[in-house]
Design a protein around this ligand. Sequence first.
Ligand SMILES: Nc1nc2c(c(=O)[nH]1)N[C@H]1C(S)=C(S)[C@@H](COP(=O)(O)OP(=O)(O)OC[C@H]3O[C@@H](n4cnc5c(=O)[nH]c(N)nc54)[C@H](O)[C@@H]3O)O[C@H]1N2
Ligand SMILES: Nc1nc2c(c(=O)[nH]1)N[C@H]1C(S)=C(S)[C@@H](COP(=O)(O)OP(=O)(O)OC[C@H]3O[C@@H](n4cnc5c(=O)[nH]c(N)nc54)[C@H](O)[C@@H]3O)O[C@H]1N2
Ligand code: SF4
Ligand SMILES: [Mo]
Length: 709
Amino acid sequence: MEKTEQIHYRACHLCEATCGLEIRCRGAEILSIKGDKEDPLSRGFYCPKALALKDIHNDPDRLRHPVKRVGDKWIPLDWEEALDITVEEIFNIREEYGPDAVGVYLGNPCIHNYGMLTHGGHFLSHLKTRSRFSATSLDQLPHHLVGYLMYGHQLLVPIADIDRTDYFLMIGANPLASNGSMMTVPDIRKRIRSLQNRGGKLVVIDPRLTETAKVADEHHFITPGSDAAFLLAMLQTLFAENLVDTGNLSALLDGLETVRSAVKPFTPERAETWTGIPATTIRRLARDLSKADRGVCYGRMGVSVHLYGTLCQWAVQMLNILTGNLDRVGGALFTKPAFDTIGGPRSRPGHYAAWRSRVSALPEFSGELPAVTMAEEMLTAGKGQIRSLFTGAANPVLTASNGRLLEKALAGLDFMVSLDPFINETTRFANIILPPTSPLEHDHFDIGFFVMGIRNTVRYNQPVFAKPGGALHDWEIYSELGKRLAVKLGVKPRPEMAPDEMIDFGLQAGPYSSHAGHPEAMSLAKLKQNPHGIDLGPLQPSLPDRLYSENKRINGAPDLIMSDLSRVEQDLRQSGKGKDALLLIGRRHLFSANSWLHNTKRLVGIKERCQLFMHPDDMADLAVKDGQQVRITSRVGSVEVGVKATDEVMKGVVSLPHGWGHDRPGVRLSVAACHPGVSMNDLTDEKIFDPVSGNASLNSVPVTVKGMN
Ligand SMILES: Nc1nc2c(c(=O)[nH]1)N[C@H]1C(S)=C(S)[C@@H](COP(=O)(O)OP(=O)(O)OC[C@H]3O[C@@H](n4cnc5c(=O)[nH]c(N)nc54)[C@H](O)[C@@H]3O)O[C@H]1N2
Ligand SMILES: Nc1nc2c(c(=O)[nH]1)N[C@H]1C(S)=C(S)[C@@H](COP(=O)(O)OP(=O)(O)OC[C@H]3O[C@@H](n4cnc5c(=O)[nH]c(N)nc54)[C@H](O)[C@@H]3O)O[C@H]1N2
Ligand code: SF4
Ligand SMILES: [Mo]
């Protein structure tokens, strides 16, 4: 009998844009994937990566059952055995060496898989280890630390109101390739066009003329790593030219005078030497932002993931505050999500430096230590040395600083287990791999991304396919591990409740619930009846109510940040002197998602993407030619790759994408193996980081380049 066609509505979980998709299936076959025109946020937009959902689902390399490594062979295990061995090994190491000997590393896809968020604690909380790490400290940690210091909560990150602003100052972000980050903004190209059509302006500050810079009204090259000087000079100009107007925030803001005197020495003239942006331009940009009716400054990877990540994110907040644009329509606003992880009863505002890492004494944030310390914590003998590692949805060998050092560390572990569907550059070191169901086999809810939306919306999607017999979802694996470990430890396991029940609970206690007297009367049942999602309206001013600080005030001058200004002062004095090294920055491509979408033919294509971009003048200086193989060397390692001449990168800057380097032995990714590329993180340096947060500095790595014959 011919099977009938079915249409499923489903969010794409591959990036932060979380586009609504329409997936047509017949039986187990996916016939088509396209944008859901009725999705209130993405309005039919989707990008070519969405089609990869079909490839991931059907990928023959995707593990369907647990495996155990014996020498260089992988043998299948049944679930009972795999879970039992895992818990036994971890328990034994914990007993012998203490809780901190068990490390945990969680990767980016955890945030896109809500069961991993709701149920990770079922297992991980029993470990009681301080050796916890995640991709957060390769990424957005400075945003969380600044939210915590200034507004009292790590998730209080204001969102740029792109649909209503007149002036968008974007620093170190390339949303036309990344589709937006710390800002859930599907279809940003159209939104930028609308901004321009209503007479507004987009200004991009980036060392590369990116896809986004090309559609901007203004683009200014900036020396990588010098944004602190640029941002401080912008703040200095606002004070010096009497442009400060904090509007409604005046009554809530502490520390204004401290900031005024702290930024005084950081003049645009001094910033010019380091940044390469003329002082007159910096002053004009400060005036333009302050004079715009509705303006906003937004900074992302390019300012978070370098030596001054925290300071820069603070300065971005201050620019919005001093121009009266925080908590203003068309400026930067806080969201009000239906499942409220900030205002709810289980809110976790965060904590900082409650303990420090054993070897380098870097601060924890909210229970996690910086990823840059992970390898040394495995390699340095002594009490608390990590001897066993659990990884969940992570590939740090390709994505964390100094991947080669990490490989060495992983190879020396007593036991490693990975919750992951693939045998890749990291999981090949595991003793056991526990593969979850395919993403389309479980339901979906964007706990993390509704908090970052440029509009308040909510959506829940049921699974596209039924769970195959004998398979387990990520959350079920966590539950099973947790139950077993609780028995061994003689403690109570977490209560049984499926992720969707937890969501229902949160929705019915949230700000749009009947409990809160809201006409939406939000519940899971309601979301099930509205698979396209529900629009909850544009972002609204919400201060001081939304502040989580005890005194309900904004801390404009946190001590931790004020005391970091002396470091900028020192670097400013050094700038301009001895500029031998080239500075390496990253590059995202629309068809990639960090390290894990290179095993699909339609996304790796035929054109080589893993190339070094270099300015023709720098190439002439080094006598290298377009297309030639070059060796790039940093303090920690070197790689060989083809070079492409382009004046899209500024002089003195070279750019390489991350997430490549699939030709390591033992990797079982058959398509990626044909397009291996090299890993940028064989060059990034675990000793270069933002000392305030411990966040990695993956951009602006000093390197030398040499032509090969
Ligand atoms: N296609 C695709 N989309 C993705 C991802 C992906 O891998 N591929 N990854 C997802 C993830 S995990 C994230 S966190 C987001 C990131 O989202 P974005 O931050 O928008 O992405 P990037 O492309 O890293 O943008 C950083 C920009 O900063 C610039 N830059 C580098 N160094 C400096 C500097 O010192 N100063 C300044 N001002 N700029 C600098 C770079 O040239 C680059 O254009 O993207 C997400 N979306
Ligand atoms: N040089 C440089 N390095 C960077 C960056 C950069 O810009 N430049 N960006 C950094 C950023 S922003 C980030 S977020 C990190 C990302 O770093 P990671 O999180 O380590 O990298 P991913 O490639 O996203 O890793 C994905 C892993 O999750 C698995 N996976 C995918 N979906 C699921 C799932 O549903 N369940 C489970 N259990 N596993 C799943 C995949 O098989 C893969 O092993 O990389 C960082 N590294
Ligand atoms: S933009 Fe991101 S969420 Fe939207 S379809 Fe592409 S990968 Fe998926
Ligand atoms: Mo990220």
